[in-house]
Design a protein around this ligand. Structure first.
Ligand SMILES: [Fe+2]
Length: 231
């Protein structure tokens, strides 16, 4: 399984504070059946503004340590980018770190209080530039929870959706759980990720959730959701 959204790098955002905890997270992920993690520290969210250069370097060092420690997990760089008015400029200036640094997928965190009407146009514009926006955990966004139609608008504009494993298993409560299950059944490009932060409540695990996915929408979709196979 590939986990496209995880805060696993030590000391850079609200993920693990130190290397020891980051290694515990890595062992947990590997044990859970995750083979590759995209490290996605927060960027531009008003609290953390991790820099591309730091993320890439930290990732490279961490990956070497994982191999030295014989942990069967690869880590590649990425970022969780908060949607701000500057977003489009940042993409155009190449200041956004894409998933795996492949220049293709941007993991985008929507604001909770106000969604600019231009967001759909933005998704379309980026799609035309061959950049795909993957909306991080829409099932936990309060605007979307109160108006599910936003989801359809985003998907029609070319966005993909990333469901968090813990939402399916219920750790964020009933409402996100119901919406996560609804997203599973939408016919759109969707992915499962851990959004892991620590070794307690928000662990880097997906095995329990993928069982739910298989049961609800079948093996084929489940496989695509954890292998980045949706276009
Ligand atoms: Fe996150």
């Amino acid at each position: 399984m590939i986990d496209i959204h995880c805060h696993i790098l030590p000391g850079i955002d609200d993920g693990p504070r130190d290397l020891k905890t980051a290694l515990k997270m890595a062992r947990l992920a590997a044990k859970d059946g995750i083979t590759e993690v995209v490290a996605t520290p927060h960027c531009f969210d008003g609290v953390y503004d991790c820099q591309q250069y730091d993320i890439r370097n930290l990732c490279k060092d961490f990956d070497i340590i994982l191999q030295r420690e014989n942990i069967q997990l690869r880590v590649v760089p990425g970022a969780e980018i908060r949607l701000t008015p500057e977003f489009l400029d940042l993409v155009e200036q190449d200041k956004i770190l894409t998933l795996g640094n492949f220049g293709r997928d941007v993991l985008l965190e929507l604001p909770d209080v106000f969604l600019p009407g231009a967001v759909y146009e933005l998704f379309k514009l980026l799609r035309n530039k061959k950049v795909r926006c993957i909306v991080a955990h829409p099932e936990r966004n309060s605007l979307i929870l109160s108006n599910n139609q936003i989801l359809e608008g985003m998907v029609n504009a070319g966005a993909s959706l990333q469901i968090t494993a813990g939402s399916l298993t219920g750790i964020f409560g009933k409402e996100p759980q119901v919406l996560a299950r609804k997203i599973l059944e939408m016919s759109c490009s969707r992915f499962l990720a851990s959004d892991g932060h620590c070794i307690k409540k928000r662990k880097p695990v997906m095995a329990k959730a993928i069982k739910i996915v298989r049961k609800l929408v079948g093996d084929e979709i489940a496989r695509k959701m954890v292998l980045m196979e949706f276009n």
